[in-house]
Design a protein. Structure first.
Lengths: 331, 331
């Protein structure tokens, strides 16, 4: 029998446990040229909000009644593909379930347990790390001494990109919740960590970024971004990695126009998805991450929730910022 | 005696003749290491609105009571600089006046009358051409067959950038006033020219850009830009060259948030000013323009208004879109 978490309702904004159901299905059968694998670590990602909404964005919506889309690490049980053997571990589109029948195209890359445990391959060596390293390499144009400001600085992406920026000789300023400021500073190396709910965040930003913000790595958008744009330095780069602060795009929200800042300050604003297929950039980013992890030079933290049935609650905890470290589910 | 147009009031939005005054000053005296020159063609530019506003943007505001800042072509009368001789022509920061005492740093480049008449050096071989050629080279990442949409397609910059895009093998769609659609199509080579005031502009855009917009060269911002963003193709590039449709930034206007489009469509949005000092990029852009003009392969149009005293009215005509071709003033 195969336990699966199935999407049963579409949230208006943030998904919660009420939108999912635990179902027990039959054992999967081996696909032609594919694999059957047992999941060992399942991912819980901010992007899931977009995947379960009715509107297609960069991926088709998850269909109602089907297994929740997720990345995961799984161990091969049976293989009809000569590249994969029983016992091999991979990172790929497993879905929230105990066992998965998967074609090789849905596998992202091999997992090497000797480098880091499976759960690390969901985070610092998975999509979070790839997002941080690839976006930073592609768009930051970092110069030593410049100031980079990161929103959700203690999150899966922000904690990594802050460390990469610091290694490039930048000053790093991170925004996070009050309870995670010490973590952002002490463990992820931010020179300054600010509470994003500070009643005088504008004043705190002025003090923290006296020369303005050269690189704005934004995971949230919205009102926080509205505070940063006026503080961007000429030649500034904005890297839009997510829009976590905006619960819904229907109706489409309004905000201050950016056109004038773009021209007068000669800004470059880049949006990106780590999924974008540039194999060379992916390989370079992953090589950087693997060597840093192997050398113990990239701090990362995890929080495990045990039991497949915990996955919807883990997702809700993620959106409430209750997690401490990158959350994952052990089925 | 030296006639000068002086700024006497700050407009809340669009400058008009009431904000200027014709004054007669003394003959200028030769600066140390500088030049005295006689203006032969004076520029009238959309950017002047920003230069006369109280708020500094990329240049300090023009001081009340001082000569209106402008670019112009002038002929050297006296020189204390060995690089410049009597009779030489240059393009530089002359201001709206008959004669100018100028230091060599305020000169942009030499004017070669054998290539094109002085007025052309204000437009296609001046800041307009430089803006179009430099911005296109730096940010468009043009691919044959892609669609570029240009606002103010019949204007000083739009007329040139459309021709450059066409030469790169792109489909070009231009927005302009109804009376200039034929001009944009027939003379500036736009595949499709649309009336930006069309009551069903959205529908016209859908028909004209069935695959979406790959490059959006925007001189206006505002509500027109709000129609284009949802029609940008994945990987689209937005080049923000101006914000002509927005009369005032106080109070700061609002519009649809762009964060989601930036991420989901992996957009790159670049703002720039042709002033930005990259000598290599400037030389490359100017060389392109000069060779195209010399070969007669770049159409450009001018409208001359005679008499220094016409300059404020020429500026007002520019903002009302009454001009036909790049407007300039012969003192």
């Amino acid at each position: 029998m195969n336990r699966q978490i199935v999407l049963i309702g579409r949230p208006a904004a943030i998904p919660g446990p009420e939108h999912f159901e635990l179902r027990t299905g039959p054992e999967p059968s081996l696909p032609d040229n594919g694999l059957i694998a047992e999941t060992v670590a399942l991912s819980v990602d901010p992007a899931m909000r977009g995947w379960v909404s009715a509107e297609a964005n960069y991926l088709q919506p998850v269909a109602l009644g089907s297994v929740m889309r997720s990345l995961g690490v799984a161990r091969v049980l049976k293989s009809a593909d000569p590249d994969w053997n029983e016992g091999d571990l991979f990172y790929g589109w497993t879905g929230w379930q105990d066992r998965v029948a998967i074609s090789p195209e849905a596998i992202l890359w091999r997992v090497d347990e000797s480098l880091a445990p499976p759960s690390a391959w969901l985070s610092v060596l998975g999509l979070n790390g790839l997002t941080a390293a690839k976006g930073f390499a592609a768009f930051a144009r970092a110069k030593p001494g410049e100031t980079m400001l990161v929103t959700t600085a203690a999150g899966g992406v922000g904690s990594i990109v802050g460390q990469l920026a610091k290694r490039s000789g930048m000053r790093t300023v991170g925004l996070t919740s009050a309870s995670k400021c010490d973590l952002a500073h002490d463990r992820y190396g931010y020179d300054i960590a600010l509470d994003y709910r500070d009643v005088d965040l504008a004043g705190a930003l002025d003090v923290s970024c006296p020369q303005g913000v050269d690189i704005f790595w934004d995971n949230v958008g919205g009102e926080i971004a509205d505070l940063i744009f006026p503080r961007l330095a000429p030649g500034g780069r904005v890297i839009q990695c997510g829009t976590a602060s905006i619960p819904s795009w229907s109706p489409w929200p309004e905000g201050p126009r950016r056109e004038r800042d773009m021209v007068v300050k000669r800004l470059t604003w880049s949006g990106f998805l780590a999924f974008d297929g540039d194999d060379h950039a992916n390989e370079a980013a992953l090589a950087t991450l693997r060597s840093l992890v192997a050398a113990g030079e990239l701090n990362h933290d995890e929080q495990c929730m045990v039991g497949l049935e915990q996955a919807p609650a883990a997702l809700a905890a993620l959106y409430q910022g209750q997690n401490s470290g990158r959350i994952w589910v052990k089925p």
